[in-house]
Design a protein around this ligand. Sequence first.
Ligand SMILES: Nc1nc2c(ncn2[C@@H]2O[C@H](COP(=O)(O)OP(=O)(O)OP(=O)(O)O)[C@@H](O)[C@H]2O)c(=O)[nH]1
Ligand SMILES: [Mg+2]
Length: 467
Amino acid sequence: MIRTPSIRSQDDPLSIAIRPPPTETETDRQVRLQQEAEARRISEQIDEELRIEREKLKRSKGDVKLLLLGQAESGKSTLQKQFQLMYSPASLDSERMSWRTVVYFNVVRSVKKILVTLDAWDDIDDGSDSQSTLERQELSQDDAFLVGTSRTSFAAPWLQALQSPPLRICATASCPWWNIEPQLADRLSGGISVSGSGRGEVYVRSGWQARTIYTNTLVDLVATMLDQSCEDITTLWEHPVVRALISKRKLKLDEWSEFFLNNIARISARDYIPSTDDILHARIQTMGVAEHIFDVDIHGRSVSWHLYDVGGARGQRHSWVPYFDDANAIIFVCPISAFDQYLEEDPRTNRIDDSLQLFTQICSNQLLKKVHLVLFLNKTDILKKKLERGLLVSKYILSYGDRLNEYESVVQYFRSHFLQVHRRNNENRRVLYTHMTNVTDTRATQSIIGNVRDSIFRGYLQSAALV
Ligand SMILES: Nc1nc2c(ncn2[C@@H]2O[C@H](COP(=O)(O)OP(=O)(O)OP(=O)(O)O)[C@@H](O)[C@H]2O)c(=O)[nH]1
Ligand SMILES: [Mg+2]
């Protein structure tokens, strides 16, 4: 019987090398042929996968890639939600219920912070003027029920005296108020904790919504607890002592606490469904990089936009770099209201300083030299409120000197610093588009997104024409 090598010709050196031995039996031959057929199948499968990958890459080369960069809490994820609301509202709707857990977490954490601060109040040297002494007496007589919890004791003697009558703000003995916060945090993060994240922040990876969309015993328990404690929380939130501590800056709540506590009656209703405004105010930290894809129609043409929402804390910034290579545009978000705040990760660094340093790194990065650059000076609403309350910029930013402590003047001052950083790192003469924003304001933000989309798209078409 003539045996032909099954793959290549007789003269091919490779064929000679892999030629079956002359002693090959019929059984051996069958096994060999089977193995060769299997090898061919795998090889063809790999070729097909490579072809699909190449196709995908070719197609995605025509997509717009937009990075949202900036420090933690600057408003990147909120801006991403505005894009989602504009270009994929159904997807925001489908994850609406998963935001309930985040809102509950934000509320529980805010109430706990108030209680802890009240507890420590006696230890705080607040100059104890006669008004605050009076307020303390008022609180101890009228609102004893509010401050009690199932915690074994309070450090402050004036609060220790208040542990009876029964403690209404704590829902049940089996699930005390104090333990709920870490449990909700665990549910949201899926048990992942990030070292050096300060204040026990909760980080979530992209896709976390799937884990929290369905209600469970814990979420039900919190809903019951809020339902039962709604009046107490309102009384606590509106109490003159709490107001006084806030205005004297002895009680520093998270920025979003006010929004949720002002809406506590609606949020504690048993049939609560988060509104779009609630979702925009809900706070949870991004871990790594989350990609969101939208089809954007522009001038009768549909283009896929890939939005990359990154974690802004210092420990997260290393994960940005792989996305620099083929980015078309960056929106850099700076919370311009943060002149009196310091980084969680490094309490010695002023947050405006950190933003400027970060912006310098972005402007000078060689991989990003040709990228379309947009700057959002964000949280202008919070800046206005701080200035109205009389907070002095020059107390925190010494170089501000004796300039007017007014909105326009402050904005222009910070803006000029960003423009200067950009000018110093602008060999390519690219334009920097700047917007003053409050990205929780849907109408204003969507109009800005429209402008940004047009300018990015113009640049994109120009570069596509050059390729
Ligand atoms: N009032 C007000 N709140 C804002 C504004 N922008 C963002 N926020 C709130 O600030 C908080 C933080 O915003 P995020 O969008 O989560 O911040 P981020 O930049 O994604 O933060 P990381 O994921 O940690 O990097 C949220 O509670 C937002 O609702 C704004 O312009 N005004
Ligand atoms: Mg985020």
